[in-house]
Design a protein. Sequence first.
Length: 277
Amino acid sequence: MPTTGEKPGKGEYTCDNCGQVVVLDDDTDTMPPCPKCNGTGAKPGTTPETCSKCGGKGQVVYSQQSLFGMVQNVQTCPDCHGTGKIIREKCPDCAGTGYISSKKKISVKIPAGIDDGQSVRIRDKGEPGVNGGPRGDLLVQVTVSRHPIFQRQDVHIFSTVPISFAQAALGADIRIKTVDGEVIYNVKPGTKTDTKVRLKGKGVPSLRNPQVRGDHYVTLVIQTPEKLSHEAKEALRKFDELAGNTLNQAGKNDGEKEKPEKKKKGFMDKVKEAFDD
């Protein structure tokens, strides 16, 4: 629960200690003190006493003799810890602090480009200060969840996009998903699988300079169809015949061995045969 005098905004706040609900009707309303001790930190029916050691000043002066004469040191009072008051019987709800705590949900603005493990600082939302001092800050550590499509490295984004054999061979316009939405990319004819393309300025913004962004690198992977219709298979066979008949290369090399061509006889071979006869 916010401390006394703070303006946490309109809403209901429940004390963690006594369970009492405090309702603020306007954003300008201030948080009231602990309902039991009224902000004094003392048990109901009692009041804080003036510290006898420092006389309510919160500081004590120690004198010490040195070679240069008498030296005085001013230190925080060890009994009242600088408050000037001693609480003999502390309030059971606030434990003598004068404030009560509770849980509250707040909205946090996450800056673009923040990475896993980094923190967002929220001013004046930390623990209350000592002896009426200002509140500290709240540090919210960010955990970035994994994305099913994108992978991040520094300010760059990486992803994989499947394309068909026809798109790779003939070229086509495809849609690629980015953090800014879909973009149209023209696949060049004859693109090979695992070809990497760069989408400039489609990466993560820099925390130091939001105007500077990384790139998005896309790997194009040719997908092999698993289920083909009869017509599609025939069309592929026709294409293979026109492209070099690669489907029948193994059969030609093993089962259909070509007969060696018969060497033509020359003039000297014919003369030799005549003498042999």
